[in-house]
Design a protein around this ligand. Sequence first.
Ligand SMILES: Cc1ncc(COP(=O)(O)O)c(C=O)c1O
Length: 409
Amino acid sequence: MAEELTRNAGTNDAFTLVLNAQAVPGSQWTEGQNAILSDAGFAVASETIRGWPGYAETPLVALPALAAETGVAALHYKDESTRFGLGSFKALGGAYAVARLLQKELSARLGRDVSMEEITARAVPEAAQITVCCATDGNHGRSVAWGAQSFGCACVIFIHATVSEGRKTAIEAFGAEVRRTPGNYDDSVREAQEVASAEGWFVVSDTSYPGYMDVPRDVMQGYEIMAAEALDALDQPPTHIFLQTGVGGMAAAVTAQAVRRYGTDRPKIVLCDPDQAACFLASYRTGARTAVHGDLDTLMAGLACGEVSALAWEILQDHGDAVMALTDATAIAAMRRLAFPQGGDRALVAGESAVAGIAGLRLAMADPEAREKLGLDASSRILTFGTEGDTDPELYEELIGAPASQIRA
Ligand SMILES: Cc1ncc(COP(=O)(O)O)c(C=O)c1O
């Protein structure tokens, strides 16, 4: 049985911590894992994405005052709010998978090896005959739509009932048709799949399941750039990485980069789920990929996923050490703390889905038993990923009480 503890039940600070009984300290990066994410795959993704117009490394921000307040030696926040002007790290994944899919499909259709340079330069007019589609809670769809527009193919994006109008408009701005479907995120995934099969479209999903692995693997390979930039910029490796989880693609990509780089000395990996969509919590509890159901109603829209990605599980079942499930209230508190810093830290615009990692760290550090279980102390060096900025500007302003422009200024 997985070790677990539950704290502060019924309060804003309620959390559950579950240790992953399958995480063996010092476990190796396996051949199976290397078939998913590898140095070779990363080299191709890195060369491609770094060549796109507008590529720039995002800042890795040190937060010494928040580190001191929390009780750790160092805390870094990789601020993805400026990534390719799309507002989230997702720009790296979906768009890259669109490029790879076009390269593969056009090579097959034209009977020759179409190069990535041709795709990026929109040099193959037949791309316009291809339609890509996906389900999204916002950020992934924005990336796929941007990729389709950049590389010259058509795009249809499916959003579920509670995705905001602001997020819908932002996707439409990249020229995609957006269709709203009843139900939750997982229902929209199924709808996208069914319509794609009927229409001969290509699903570019950020989640994987048996029989659908190639595209989401490319998505994750793109995400690894974020992790590599962060780890390159640190003077010393982190002791812990706190990662928010939707389907787990982002967390698996960061973990893959950390394990391949540091081997058996890898940092401890702590996943952070919203308590209303805690599919990693359910999975670490049972020791197998386990779905959670219901309306998955969390403010952390990007993390409102009930099913763990099959590929992410292959990596995180061995190399994820623990998961915490957190309330929306702790996320809002973390967003505010970053927007209105104390002690000289830089003010940061962090969206609802960007802060579960920071929120989890703060809760764990405030609880002696959680601290002990996660091996956290005053010498810990923490890395977190601020995976989005104000991707829904109206909601951001409502939660923070000020527009993002004011925080940035
Ligand atoms: C801002 C943000 N952070 C984190 C995630 C989680 O990524 P994954 O679904 O790969 O776990 C998402 C997913 O949409 C997101 O939009």
